[in-house]
Design a binder for this molecule. Sequence first.
Ligand code: NAP
Length: 285
Amino acid sequence: MCVATILDGKALAERIRAEVKTEIAEIGELGLATVLVGDDPASDIYIRRKHDAAKEVGIVSADIRLPVETSEEELLDQLAELNADEAVDGILVQLPLPEQIDEARVIRAVDPTKDVDGLHPFNAGQLYLGRPTLVPATPVGILALLAEYEIPLVGARAVVIGRSDIVGKPVAHLLLQEHATVTICHSRTSDLARETIVADVLVVAAGQPALVTADMVKAGATVVDVGMNRTDAGLVGDVDPDAMEVAAFMTPVPGGVGPMTIASLLRNTVRAARFRSGALAFPRA
Ligand code: NAP
């Protein structure tokens, strides 16, 4: 019986955070603003983690909280203010937003050069075109983890479960760019196991505990479990831990993708600051 090597996101994230801290000390002051509308407890936890990490590396962070009844126009006004604020390098609007607010419109309202979540159509389009500019943090973190453990991607069969704008689609594009042959699965995929069993690299981002069981994993595969599901048994991923006995490499939950997401957000903030200062050229028409 083989037991997979752990893809240790916690250790790599710690190293990345130390690197970011050094970069920030060189750059000088750097600002990140987050906007949370409403009081969703899970969103509150994510936001607090992001601010703790930002502070630790020397990023000045503003935690803007708006009441759940905030109108779309009020949120857009807030974003216009942040777009114009010279002290703000990165803006992140925590999703989901209350139902009276059109998420797509809000995402379009963030200055693309400050869009550290990489969700603005300009940045999403750049990724689609194979010119990653600002890319969502979770996929960036996943690719960094795969690179750290030298997981071969060229010509590999990569299967992604999930097609969200923040994880599934961007991670599929990054894998494609690394020359993997990519399949994207979703809730209408007719036979999930038939797809997953051939995957050399399997990325699971569905938000369904134990969606992937050990018998769905190819022997020797690399499995990245993005899922974060709060259950009575605590925080669990989307992959049954028994898959550790089949895979060659696997991320733990917690301690895999989660810490990499936070570290990559900090990296994105540095990248956004470099775009704004002109140290990196932001692609313009
Ligand atoms: P999402 O927007 O809800 O998307 C989930 C995707 O999974 C959808 O594309 C959905 O298909 C697909 N799906 C759901 N049930 C499925 C099933 N039974 N079979 C196949 N596909 C299925 O979620 P998300 O924002 O991408 O997040 C996914 C998970 O990752 C969540 O658990 C979230 O908490 C976690 N997450 C973790 C991190 C981290 O840092 N670790 C970061 C972001 C997200 P349809 O499109 O057909 O509905």
